[in-house]
Write a protein that binds this ligand. Structure first.
Ligand code: PMP
Length: 367
């Protein structure tokens, strides 16, 4: 039984809920990390203890994903947003052929705008004409062998659109923003040259971004780049180039332990995430059109379930009644409005079940 029922019903789009057992350990660590006798907020980033935290967090991520030594695991600052620029700074500056980007939603658009500052970009598919309510099929995509890389967003957090396959070609580096579905399911990580994901959805608090970068890609970073924007410098410094967010990285370590030891790995995590998503999507589908899902069925996200109600009054009533029952974070992103239930790793099946019960009863009351 949950000790904090409101937190157990936190459907926020991010920062999202974290596992209760992790929160309990974090709480203790604010007062004292048992191995050190010190508060986590006052432990030096140059201590052996912190070096061991980074090592173990890295090892756990490698174990969860089956990632080889060909890849570096970095814990960086600047959010996913900094990666929007760091990737093209490394791989696009001075290039003649355009990098290929897929424009699948709100976050893709932000990524593309930053890439254009660094070099030539070609948008090979855009969801604009369909109002960003679906993703491209294979027939709609063709990838150039000359592109320096292909970039896409694995899960569009705002619209709730998720790619359920790996895109692109094996002879062109694939770069992926996995901010909102990283470590929520198994992933063929070695098909990608760079994967980046900020922590604040599935694996920790805001302040740290995990970057998996293939060695041959990191080696392409020019010496002219500021050190802070150069993957090689971060690799050499073992994610300790300047003062890193010690606290956030420690929480990521605790979440990776939870994934390995309590959940039992990413296949198990994916099963749990799928069952939550199935509950919510069936609540949408079984309401005779009362709830209108944003995403086309084939592209529905297992992380963010976005939908609309028939009118603004009903939406208001939905928010008010759900809030009174302890639910929070259900307001859709300001870019598209509506309702969005984010069901990241730490949100329980029981919480998803409760929300579907509320949705069913709200529908019965107002149809
Ligand atoms: N990419 C995706 C898919 C996101 O959902 C977000 C934020 N929610 C970002 C990038 C931006 O991340 P940050 O705020 O860490 O820069």
């Amino acid at each position: 039984m949950s000790t904090n029922p409101r937190n157990a019903l936190n459907f926020s789009g991010g920062p999202g809920a974290l596992p209760e057992s992790v929160l309990a350990e974090v709480q203790q660590s604010i007062v004292e990390v048992p191995e050190t006798g010190l508060s986590i907020l006052g432990i030096s980033h140059r201590s052996d203890w912190f070096a061991a935290v980074v090592d173990e967090a890295e090892r756990n991520i490698r174990t969860l994903l089956g990632l080889s030594e060909n890849y570096h695991v970095l814990f960086l600052q600047g959010g996913a947003t900094q990666q929007f620029s760091m990737v093209p700074m490394t791989l696009l500056r001075g290039k003649e052929h355009p990098a290929e980007y897929i424009d699948s939603g709100y976050w893709s658009r932000k990524v593309i705008a930053e890439a254009r500052r660094e070099g030539p970009v070609k948008t090979i598919w855009s969801g604009e004409s369909c109002g960003f309510n679906r993703l491209p099929t294979d027939d709609e995509l063709s990838f150039s062998a000359d592109a320096p890389y292909l970039h896409y967003v694995a899960n569009e957090t705002v619209e709730g659109l998720q790619f359920h396959r790996v895109l692109g070609r094996d002879d062109v580096p694939r770069i992926c923003d996995m901010s909102s579905d990283f470590l929520s399911k198994p992933c063929d990580a070695e098909k990608f040259s760079v994967i980046y994901a900020h922590a604040q959805k599935n694996i920790g608090p805001a302040g740290v971004t995990v970057v998996l970068v293939k060695d041959e890609i990191a080696q392409q970073a020019s010496d002219d780049l500021p050190s802070f924007l150069n993957y090689r410098k971060h690799i050499e410094a073992r994610s300790n180039l300047n003062t890193p967010p010690v606290f956030a990285i420690y929480v990521v370590l605790l979440v990776t332990r939870w994934l390995l030891n309590d959940v039992g790995g990413l296949e198990k995590m994916a099963q749990i995430n799928r069952s939550k998503a199935e509950l919510l999507y069936s609540a949408l589908d079984n309401a005779d059109g009362f709830y209108r899902g944003w995403a086309a069925r084939a592209d529905r996200s297992t992380m963010n379930v976005a939908f609309n109600l028939p009118n603004a009054q009903l939406q208001q009533a939905f928010f008010e009644q759900s809030r009174a029952l302890g639910f929070s974070g259900l307001e859709g992103h300001r870019a598209i409005g509506g309702v969005r239930a984010s069901i990241y790793n730490a949100l329980s099946v029981q919480a998803a079940q409760k929300l579907t019960e509320f949705m069913d009863s709200f529908h019965r009351q107002h149809r």
